[in-house]
Design a protein around this ligand. Structure first.
Ligand SMILES: [Zn+2]
Length: 200
């Protein structure tokens, strides 16, 4: 009977598979017990147009997003930086991000950070042994501490800071804050750039 006879018997099903699915020729060949080439030739002879292959594989934006998402701490890369790296300017990449999140190919938090200042602050936070307040000052964020708290509360995986307060210093600081006076004085110091607990 030969390949053609074989295919003729199942052709309505095969035509459906070719027209409606993106199953590879090889897999279809396996399904119908013929070679990949036979499936290809059949589709060609019938002038069947196959639907576009899976979006993600052929989409440069999706591929770029997956590549960036593999970097360390990639959840803390701002959407602005991501767009810049992809060279897509102001293009809305939300569509692609959502597809990839749904498929679990990028983390749920990837692409959610908007503020480039927060990104800078986190970069320092991950790499340098500095108090959070000093990092905030460096990048011009007054509330980096509360940003970290908010992120943690909403499920971001923020590692502990590299910087650890000395136990005594912490005690003194708490006392100062409790007294009030000290707290104000410390605030002034902080603003003038001489944080008594900062590390230079
Ligand atoms: Zn895409």
């Amino acid at each position: 009977m030969g390949t053609w006879g074989q295919l003729r018997r199942i052709e309505s099903q095969l035509i459906k598979d070719l027209e409606k699915t993106t199953i590879a020729f090889l897999r279809l060949g396996e399904k119908y017990g013929v070679s990949r080439q036979a499936i290809f030739a059949f589709g060609r002879k019938r002038g069947i147009k196959r639907p576009k292959r899976e979006h993600i594989k052929e989409c440069p934006i999706c591929q770029g997003l997956i590549r960036i998402a593999k970097k360390p701490h990639s959840d803390f890369i701002s959407s602005q930086t991501i767009k810049k790296e992809l060279g897509v300017g102001n293009t809305d990449i939300g569509y692609h991000v959502r597809i990839l999140r749904k498929k679990g190919l990028i983390a749920q938090k990837f692409g959610r950070l908007r503020s480039i200042k927060s990104e800078w602050a986190y970069q320092i936070y991950f790499e340098k042994r500095l108090p959070v307040g000093s990092i905030g000052k460096q990048v011009g964020l007054k509330n980096f501490n509360s940003i970290i708290r908010k992120h943690k509360a909403s499920g971001w995986d923020v590692p502990d800071p590299l910087f650890k307060y000395d136990r005594n210093e912490r005690g003194i600081r708490l006392k100062m804050l409790r007294k009030g006076e000290g707290g104000v004085a410390m605030d002034k110091n902080t603003r003038s750039g001489s944080d008594p607990f900062g590390v230079d």
